[in-house]
Design a protein around this ligand. Structure first.
Ligand SMILES: O=P(O)(O)OC[C@H]1O[C@](O)(COP(=O)(O)O)[C@@H](O)[C@@H]1O
Ligand SMILES: [Mg+2]
Ligand SMILES: [Mg+2]
Length: 329
């Protein structure tokens, strides 16, 4: 089986980018080991700190963030990084062509129940000159590479450098990622949706109506029965979408008027949107292609609807209708 390094070579990926991706992959092997040791390594549970988003940091959020930061500081390919667990950007080197955004531990509420977690990466070109937060505010379509690692029964890496999506499985004996799917393709149609249903009463009318129609199954306008899954780790849900199709959404809600969206654009939505599009799927806010959004802040949040192309289109049709004359749901 082909290794990650061999695959990058075959794709003729620029050597500096290859080196960076191999470093990120290597760090994820170390994270995978930390995650696997769980309580034995004393890494479970929460810290007393909060991140910039006001969320209590888990010990592993902090540990994995430090691991990635240290690995990137030892690199000469990266100018600066932006992380979910850092209030501001962190400059890591004077030379280098890249900026990296990451969510070091996605789905961290799953860690204490020994369920799926992951890491998400996005690589952007570094502009010339001084680096500031502004340098990161590039559209998702500018990403040079995007990847996630899923720490599940096996550890898997999904990667795109703009040449489709490849899936690698970690050989735990050798610490090497081996190519196990060279061209991921998301089926266009699906009968599976993923949404946190407990927020139903807080959604906008289009999402309320769309999900209500899915729940009606064969007797509803869709004339088809749908199943539901929710892993509470975007990496896990997106991996299922890449593996067998589906629609995944964390839509706009008015639960907390100051926070109408949950997922973060720069290190959750953008990298996942690139992976999904590269695998033949679609990713939208309901009103705009995610990869076309002009970011305004590194920690900005966004509504996400992604997955099987025809199902995302079906959901988007609901967003084009006018609900103003209808009674409130
Ligand atoms: O707990 P909820 O509201 O279901 O939200 C789950 C969502 O939150 C996230 O866990 C956010 O990620 P973090 O754990 O990195 O903060 C997503 O991965 C997931 O889709
Ligand atoms: Mg996350
Ligand atoms: Mg996280």
């Amino acid at each position: 089986m082909q290794t990650l390094a061999q695959t990058l070579k075959q794709q003729a990926v620029n050597p500096a980018l290859s080196q960076l991706l191999l470093t990120l992959a290597q760090s994820s092997v170390a994270i995978s080991q930390a995650v696997r040791h769980g309580a034995l390594a004393g890494v479970l549970g929460a810290t007393t700190q909060e991140n910039v988003q006001g969320e209590t940091q888990k010990k592993l959020d902090v540990i994995t963030n430090e691991m990635l930061k240290d690995a990137l500081k030892a690199e000469n390919t990266v100018r600066a990084l932006a992380s979910e667990e850092e209030d501001h950007i962190v400059e890591v080197g004077d030379s280098g062509e890249f900026l990296v955004c990451f969510d070091p531990l996605d789905g961290s509420s799953n860690i204490d129940i020994n369920s799926l977690v992951g890491t998400i990466f996005s690589v952007l070109p570094a502009p010339e000159g001084e680096i500031s937060e502004q340098s990161f505010l590039q559209k998702g379509s500018e990403q040079l590479a995007a990847a996630y690692v899923l720490y599940g029964p096996s550890t898997m890496l999904a990667l795109t450098t703009g040449q489709g999506v490849q899936l690698f499985t970690l050989n735990p004996e050798t610490g090497e990622y081996l190519l196990t799917n060279e061209a991921v393709s998301i089926p266009k149609d699906t009968a599976e949706f993923a949404i946190n249903m407990s927020n139903q009463r807080f959604w906008e009318a289009p999402m309320q109506t769309y999900i209500a129609d899915l729940l009606l199954g064969k007797i509803g306008p869709r004339e088809k029965s749908f199943n539901m899954r929710w892993i509470a780790a975007m990496v896990g849900d997106v991996h299922r979408v890449l593996s067998r199709g589906g629609i995944f959404t964390y839509p706009t809600d008015n639960k907390n008027p100051d926070k109408p969206y949950k997922l973060r654009l720069m290190y959750e939505a953008n990298p996942m949107a690139l992976l999904v599009e590269q695998a033949g799927g679609k990713a939208s806010t309901g009103y705009q292609r995610i990869l076309d959004i002009q970011p305004e802040q590194i920690h900005q949040r966004v509504a996400v609807i992604l997955g099987s192309a025809n199902e995302v289109d079906a959901c988007l049709e609901y967003h084009q209708q006018d609900y103003s004359g209808e009674p409130e749901l």
